[in-house]
Design a binder for this molecule. Structure first.
Ligand code: PLP
Length: 427
């Protein structure tokens, strides 16, 4: 696996296909995914015996099908995500008794729909609140469950992606584990799994703190455990100077914890990893067309046809995405002079800026000179991109395209106006 990332501000192709050809065939804005990149990331993690994709990062059924064919299992956080997993060919139950569950439902609540679905279909549940234990136990006593514990600390690339500590709503508070175990006992549920996930886009140092917490908590649960899950949170580089985490070091830390617990329990434990971002972020490109170039005092704006309705990470977290320019004729922008520009979208909302920092401060980006008709490619956009899209300003959801072996296939049609108003009526 690579150690350092590199990004360029000029680009002519995505996964071997010319950008203007993609724009002509599928329109703009469109999400383009490079299948080979996803497979490469799956292979980085092959030391972990179970890789369970947190599909909320990018849940198109073609992406789910791709990771499924490469041996990856799946996590679902809603009834809709369970149905997506089934639509993508995941089986309800393991082929052999004792094999890991193909689909796990992880959440802090059961809404009424998800509770009936997991009960009817016998989906394994990772319970993130004491109430979930009670509700599942009442509806389906005798099941095996996993507990998601908030270890009392967390970390994330933004406060909004921190999923541990007192300010997080996620998981069962670590000091209430004994109470959770009593509730499970009382309802006839066997606790076979323990799960910790402290945040998204955290660094190795923070991720490894979780191992110690897992060992302590797992000993408290005891010998009923057969699976421990390290959660997700593996970061990817979004800027040129950022490094990849050392997966080998990370695996060894977890494997050592697992082995100590196996010795204590006298039986094997399955170690799961639950990445979302890591598998898909770098595969995704949001291709937009520059539709206006204007000066506002000292600032030059490139205004493109994609907005935060397509990619919300900048407005939500001040997230930084690498960007590149592809001239309309498909030539290279490498020889063009570069300028500091602001990239804005089409929405009637001043926060619709792709070059912003946390807190909404407008920043500039050094990009090759470009004009109307040239393409802006927003990169590393595969995770928490298309899935967070909205219809704000009555913009249709963008097309999604998967490129494998040089072939670009549509995996989601751009919404039509009829799609937009489906379900609305004038009484
Ligand atoms: C979001 C989430 C993940 C994936 O997080 P990434 O940072 O995308 O790896 C894993 N597990 C759970 C429970 C999650 O909610």
């Amino acid at each position: 696996m690579p150690t350092k990332s590199t990004f360029s501000t000029h680009r002519t192709h995505i996964a071997g296909v010319p950008v203007p050809e993609l724009a002509r065939r599928f329109g703009t804005p469109s999400y383009i995914y490079d299948a080979a990149k996803i497979v490469e990331r799956v292979n980085d993690l092959k030391q972990f015996e179970v890789v369970r994709y947190a599909q909320k990062a990018c849940s198109n059924i073609a992406i789910l099908d791709l990771v499924r064919r490469h041996g990856v299992l799946v996590d679902a956080v809603s009834a809709g995500e369970i149905r997506r997993a089934l639509a993508a060919g995941y089986p309800l139950h393991p082929a052999k008794h004792g094999d890991p569950h193909p689909i796990v439902y992880t959440a802090d609540i059961f809404d009424r729909e998800s509770l009936s679905l997991v009960v009817e279909q016998d989906i394994h549940c990772n319970c993130g609140s004491p109430d979930m234990i009670d509700q599942l136990g009442e509806a389906a006593p005798g099941r095996e469950i996993t507990l998601r514990i908030n270890p009392g600390f967390g970390h994330g690339h933004s406060q909004k992606t921190n999923t541990g500590g007192e300010q997080s709503k996620h998981g069962i508070w670590h000091e209430q584990l004994a109470d959770a175990l009593r509730r499970a006992d009382h309802r006839g549920l066997a606790v076979t799994g323990l799960h910790l996930h402290i945040g998204s886009g955290t660094d190795l140092e923070h991720l490894s703190q979780v191992c110690g917490a897992m060992e302590r908590l797992a000993r408290e649960v005891g010998r009923s455990l057969t699976t421990i899950s390290a959660g997700g949170g593996l970061p990817v580089p979004y800027r040129a100077e950022q490094n990849y985490v050392d997966i080998d070091v990370y695996y060894k830390l977890w494997d050592a914890s697992r082995k100590r617990l196996e010795d204590a329990f006298g039986h094997r434990l399955t170690l799961e990893l639950e990445p979302g971002r890591y598998l898909v972020a770098e595969s995704g490109y949001l291709v937009a067309e520059i539709r206006a170039v204007k000066k506002m005092g000292g600032n030059t704006f490139y205004v493109v046809d994609a907005g935060f309705n397509n990619l919300a990470r900048p407005i939500l977290y001040g997230a930084y995405h690498p960007m590149s320019i592809c001239p309309a004729d498909g030539s290279s922008a490498a020889d063009r002079p570069t300028h500091d520009v602001v990239i804005g979208g089409p929405l009637c909302e001043s926060g619709d800026i792709f070059t912003q920092e946390e807190g909404g401060f407008v920043a500039t980006r050094k990009l090759p000179a470009a004009g109307v008709g040239d393409y802006l490619v927003i990169e590393v956009a595969g995770a928490y991109g298309a899935v967070m899209a909205s219809n704000y300003n009555s913009k249709p959801l963008a097309a999604e395209v998967l490129i494998a072996d040089g072939n670009a296939e549509p995996i989601r049609a751009r919404q039509t106006f009829e799609d937009l108003i489906r379900g609305e009526r004038i009484p």
